[in-house]
Design a protein. Structure first.
Length: 171
């Protein structure tokens, strides 16, 4: 009788553990964020403030993605530069961006651009690339009016909301 109760207890524990874990085990998505590129179409392109703002987007985006529970994959800048054939190349060639992400075991790659058509506003543009499928799965655009850091952060937060929506739609 004791052996049967022990077996039943073990079976119950195993079943309970299975039930508890089956609904809650989700793999954390691994996202690589490449450096954003500046595409400045104004009459005074490449001013230091815009170069600085463009450089700030990647770390802001990584920070906000981490807050949302994603694991950030780091791709060194020299490796990123080796993979590109010029400005905008990785933004336009999703398969190459995906291959770059694959080398570092990322699930997704964000390839971004700070597009500045005016002195009054910029667009944060981001392509969301699925590494396994080697294709673009989402194209994001977030308008930022003004040059203040808090406004840029709001634009970045908007991108993260869009990433969350895309990934929840894939489940």
């Amino acid at each position: 009788m004791d052996a049967i109760k022990t077996i039943q207890l073990h079976t119950l524990i195993i079943a309970l553990l299975f039930c508890l874990s089956s609904g809650n085990v989700t793999a954390q998505s691994r996202i690589a964020v490449l450096d954003f590129e500046l595409k400045d179409l104004t009459l005074k392109p490449g001013v230091p403030e815009e170069i600085e703002r463009t450089a700030s987007v990647k770390p802001m985006l990584e920070e906000e993605l981490q807050k949302s529970g994603y694991e950030i994959v780091t791709i060194p800048m020299d490796v990123q530069l080796q993979a590109t054939s010029g400005v905008g190349y990785l933004f336009d060639h999703h398969d190459i961006a995906a291959q770059l992400g694959q080398k570092f075991n990322a699930d997704y790659v964000v390839v971004g651009r700070l597009h500045k058509p005016s002195f009054l506003f910029v667009y944060l543009m981001a392509h969301f690339v699925d590494v396994k499928q080697q294709r673009l799965i989402a194209d994001y655009l977030s308008e930022v009016k003004g040059g203040e850091k808090k406004l840029t952060r709001k634009g970045v937060e908007s991108l993260v909301v869009k990433v969350n929506e895309t990934l929840s739609g894939l489940k």
